[in-house]
Design a protein around this ligand. Structure first.
Ligand code: C5P
Length: 227
């Protein structure tokens, strides 16, 4: 069977990764969460003290950048890959609200995008992958056979993210989460390099009132039409 590339873009907390993982599993494809890569670089910068309440020091991050080792390793128990930063599994550490609050400052840096986009293109050279992010259908794989753009109302997205963070034991308010979701959408859509925007040939899925199963079935049928 022909292997294709599936690009899934959209706003924060639209359930891109849940759907991308289901799709990858159903098709026997590789799943790549590009948000995790930007989050891991943000975690690196936070740990090094390059970003703090005082601001963001870009120069030291740029000089470390070539040596930052990012890769994904498949976890057979979960059925998908997890991200490793300099050899350490950081899946949990990158999902905190602190990282979410700073990640859009890191993802505007052209040099960071260049490095991560090159890694992403390399992961997709043999097709057979589902990649989710903000610029996958526009910049990373402009020739992807299937492009999906996911959206939902900000309130619904913040509610989903809030529940997820509460389940992980985070002490936060709904308002903080809503503010983060709206701020990230704004910054991601208005940055100079590779802003979040719908590719002209993307299929839009607004999942404000769709179940996970309905979204998955819709995406799978779109993929099957192209295989
Ligand atoms: O997908 P997720 O919400 O984990 O992404 C975190 C952040 O990483 C986004 O808000 C965005 O700033 C950045 N990002 C990006 N390009 C991508 C994926 C994520 O700029 N392809």
């Amino acid at each position: 069977m022909k292997k294709i590339t599936i690009a899934i873009d959209g706003y924060s907390s639209t359930g891109k990764s849940t759907m991308a993982k289901q799709l990858a599993r159903a098709l026997g494809y590789i799943y790549v969460d590009t948000g995790a890569m930007y989050r891991a670089v943000t975690l690196y910068a936070l740990r090094k003290g390059y970003i703090s309440e005082k601001g963001f020091e870009k120069e030291p991050l740029l000089s470390d950048l070539p040596g930052i080792d990012l890769n994904f390793r498949y976890n057979p128990d979960l059925g998908y890959s997890e991200i490793y930063l300099d050899g350490e599994n950081v899946e949990k550490e990158i999902r905190t609200l602190e990282v979410s609050n700073y990640v859009s400052q890191i993802s505007v840096v052209a040099e960071v995008r260049q490095k991560l986009v090159a890694l992403q293109k390399d992961m997709g050279r043999n097709k057979g992958l589902v990649m989710d992010g903000r610029d996958i259908g526009t910049v990373v794989f402009p020739n992807a056979e299937l492009k999906i753009f996911m959206t939902a109302s900000p309130d619904i997205r913040a509610t989903r993210r809030y529940k997820e963070l509460l389940d992980r034991g985070a002490l936060i308010s709904f308002e903080e989460v809503l503010e983060n979701v709206q701020k990230r959408d704004y910054l991601d859509s208005h940055r100079e390099h590779s802003p979040l925007k719908q590719a002209e040939d993307a299929v839009v899925i607004d999942n404000s009132s769709m179940s996970q199963q309905e979204q998955f079935e819709r995406a799978l049928s779109l993929a099957e039409l192209r295989i």
